[in-house]
Design a protein around this ligand. Structure first.
Ligand code: FMN
Ligand code: MN
Length: 522
C-alpha cells in the first residue's frame, strides 16, 4: 500500500528499525552535515558501506519544535522500502510488462493484461479540493528563515534547500515538470533556482521567454537571441533587461517518498513526473491547486513554496559543496521569489546533503540505474548490463556490457549513450563484452586494461558536459572519452590470435572440493 505522506513513510522506517531519532540539540549550520556524513559512511564494507540509518533530528538549534529528516534514502534497503519492492528489479519487471505488450490472442491473453490495465488507472494524478499542505496558509508574513534549512559545508554560500520538488508548467505544451534543483536561500523571500541549463525547468524558462518574444515583448529580436545564450541556468553573459515577464514556480518539500524520488529521475522531457510517481507507488498522486500561482502541488507535502522567477533576472548562486566531492563554483541562475508559503501544522523538513561519496544520493542514483536499464535497452538493445560506480558520481563513469554482433558496435553504443537524455553528459564510457560482470569493478579493471590498445580503442568526442564538471575547457562544454574494451575482431582489423582466459577444468575443481577438508585450510 502506497505511503500516503512523509509521516507514514517515517513510521514505516521506524518500525523496520531504519530510523534513529536524535533528541540532543543540533545546529542546522554544519553540525547536521557532519553527523549525517559519518552515518552515511557506516557499514560492513567501509567506503562502500551499506549506509547508516535515516535520521530524524527533533531538537534543532534556533528552531524550537522543528524536525529535520535526512538520509531517508541512504541505503539499498531503504530505497527498496521507499518504492515498496523487495528488489528494484521488480520495477524494471513492471516497466518491461508495458513494453512487451502484444495484441492479445484470446481470453487468457486478455486476462493476463488485467494487472497492466489496473496499473494504468493509477498513473494519472488527480486534483483534490484540499490537503494537509493547506493546514497553514501564509500569504503575508512568511519567511524561508522560519524553516531549519541547512548550511551543509563550511564554504557554502549560505543555506540551501537540497531536496525540493520544483514544479513548472511548459508554456507550449501545458505539461508540468517536477525536478529536484537545489535552492540557495538569499533571504526570507528569495532563493536561487539552480536548474542546470540542460534540465527541464530551464527549458520551460526558455520556452516562456520564447513565447513572450514571439508575442512581441520589448525588443523581441535581442530577446530571442539573448535567451539562447542565457538559457536559464549557468549563463555567463552579463545580466540584461530584454525580456520582461515571469514564470510561476511551485516547490514541494517533504512528500511521500515515491514522489520525492520521481523528481530526481531523468525522465524524458515531456513525461510528467507525477505520472512516474503514480506508477511507482501504484496509486495516483493527489494534487491541490496553489493559492497564488497557476500550478498544482502534491496535497500531502509538508511545506509548499509558491512563487515565480523573473525572466530578466539572474543572480550569483553558490558556492555549494556538491556530490562530486568538490565545491561547485558560483554561477548565474534565476531567482525564485516567494509569494506564499503553505504547510502542515508542525512541518517536518525533509532534506539531504551531498559531498564525497557515498552519501544518500548514491543510493538514489543506483535505483535510477536499475530502473532505467530496461528503458536503455529499448533504444540500445545490445546492452546487457550497466554500472555507474558510486565514485564516478554518475556523470563521470559508465561501464556497460554488450552483446557484440557487428564490427564497431561498441562505438555505436557510446554514441547512443551520449545521445540518450541526461546520459549525454557521461564523461567516460567503458564498453565490455557480455561475459564481463560490470558490477565487479575488479573484473572490469582486469579485462579492460588487458584488452585495449589505447591509441586504437579510445574514442574522444566533444559535446555538452555536466555543469558540475570543473575540469572541462569551458563550463558545460568539453570532451568525453569512450573505451572500446570489447574483444577486437578480424573484421575490425585485428588479425592477431586472441588468447584464451585461464579457468580450471571441472574435474580437478570437483576433486579438490571433495577433498577440501583433508588440506586443513578452513
Ligand atoms: C540531492 C539531489 C540534488 C540535485 N540538485 C540538482 C540541482 O541543483 N540542479 C540540477 O539541475 N539538478 C539537480 N539534481 C539532478 C536532477 O534532479 C535530475 O537531473 C532530474 O532528473 C532533473 O529533472 P528534469 O529532467 O525534469 O529536469 C539533483 C539530484 C539530487 C538527487
Ligand atoms: Mn522532467
Amino acid at each position: 500500500m502506497a505511503y500516503n505522506d512523509l509521516r507514514e513513510w517515517i513510521s514505516a522506517l521506524d518500525k523496520a528499525g531504519e530510523l534513529k531519532r536524535i533528541k540532543a540539540e543540533v545546529d542546522p549550520v554544519l553540525e547536521i552535515t557532519e553527523i549525517t556524513d559519518r552515518v552515511s559512511k557506516w557499514g560492513p564494507r567501509g567506503r562502500h558501506g551499506a549506509g547508516g540509518p535515516a535520521l530524524l533530528f527533533e531538537n534543532i538549534k534556533g528552531h524550537p519544535g522543528a524536525k529535520v529528516l535526512i538520509n531517508q534514502f541512504g541505503s539499498k534497503r531503504r530505497m527498496e522500502m521507499a518504492l515498496e519492492v523487495d528488489s528494484l528489479d521488480e520495477i524494471s519487471g513492471r516497466i518491461k510488462m508495458f513494453m512487451d505488450v502484444k495484441s492479445p490472442q484470446g481470453f487468457l491473453d486478455k486476462l493476463k493484461m488485467l494487472p497492466m490495465l489496473s496499473e494504468l488507472g493509477n498513473l494519472f494524478p488527480k486534483v483534490v479540493p484540499t490537503g494537509p499542505c493547506k493546514e497553514v496558509i501564509r500569504k503575508a508574513d512568511f519567511s524561508l528563515l522560519d524553516f531549519p534549512i541547512l548550511q551543509c559545508w563550511p564554504k557554502d554560500g549560505g543555506r540551501f534547500i537540497t531536496l525540493p520538488s520544483v514544479i513548472t508548467r511548459d508554456p507550449k505544451s501545458g505539461k508540468r515538470n517536477v525536478g529536484t534543483y537545489r535552492m540557495h536561500v538569499y533571504d526570507g523571500q528569495n532563493a536561487g533556482m539552480h536548474w542546470q541549463r540542460q534540465k527541464q525547468g530551464a527549458e520551460h524558462y526558455r520556452n516562456r521567454m520564447r513565447k513572450l518574444a514571439a508575442e512581441g515583448a520589448a525588443n523581441p529580436v535581442t530577446a530571442a537571441l539573448d535567451l539562447m545564450a542565457r538559457s536559464g541556468g549557468g549563463s555567463r553573459i552579463a545580466e540584461g533587461k530584454q525580456v520582461a515577464g515571469r514564470m510561476d514556480v511551485a516547490v514541494a518539500i517533504g512528500t511521500d517518498p515515491a514522489m520525492m524520488f520521481s523528481s530526481i529521475v531523468p525522465a524524458p522531457p515531456d513525461v510528467e513526473e507525477f505520472i512516474i510517481a503514480g506508477f511507482l507507488r501504484q496509486k495516483p498522486v493527489e494534487l491541490v491547486k496553489c493559492e497564488t500561482v497557476d500550478l498544482e502541488v502534491p496535497a500531502n507535502s509538508e511545506i509548499v513554496l509558491e512563487g515565480y522567477v523573473e525572466l530578466d533576472e539572474l543572480k550569483m548562486e553558490g558556492p555549494f559543496g556538491d556530490h562530486t566531492g568538490f565545491y561547485t563554483m558560483e554561477d548565474l541562475y534565476p531567482v525564485f521569489h516567494v509569494t506564499c508559503i503553505t504547510h502542515r501544522k508542525d512541518p517536518i523538513y525533509s532534506t539531504t546533503i551531498v559531498g564525497k561519496p557515498p552519501m544518500e544520493d548514491a543510493w538514489m542514483g543506483k535505483a535510477v540505474e536499475r530502473i532505467f536499464l530496461p528503458l536503455m535497452k529499448l533504444t540500445i538493445p545490445e546492452i546487457v548490463d550497466v554500472n555507474l560506480p558510486i565514485e564516478g558520481v554518475f556523470h563521470n563513469l559508465m561501464i556497460v556490457s554488450i552483446k557484440k554482433s557487428y564490427p564497431g558496435q561498441a562505438r555505436k553504443v557510446m554514441s547512443a549513450i551520449w545521445g540518450l537524455g541526461q546520459a549525454m553528459s557521461t564523461k567516460c564510457i567503458l564498453v565490455v563484452d557480455e561475459d564481463v560482470n560490470v558490477q565487479d569493478v575488479g573484473e572490469v579493471t582486469l579485462k579492460v586494461l588487458n584488452n585495449i590498445d589505447p591509441e586504437r580503442d579510445i574514442q574522444f568526442t566533444l559535446g555538452p558536459v555536466d555543469s558540475l564538471d570543473h575540469a572541462s575547457r569551458l563550463p558545460d562544454y568539453g570532451s568525453k572519452m569512450g573505451v572500446d574494451a570489447t574483444r577486437k575482431w578480424p573484421s575490425e582489423g585485428f588479425t592477431r590470435p586472441w588468447p584464451e582466459e585461464i579457468t580450471m577444468d571441472a574435474e580437478t575443481k570437483d576433486r579438490v572440493t571433495k577433498r577440501w577438508k583433508e588440506f586443513g585450510l578452513d
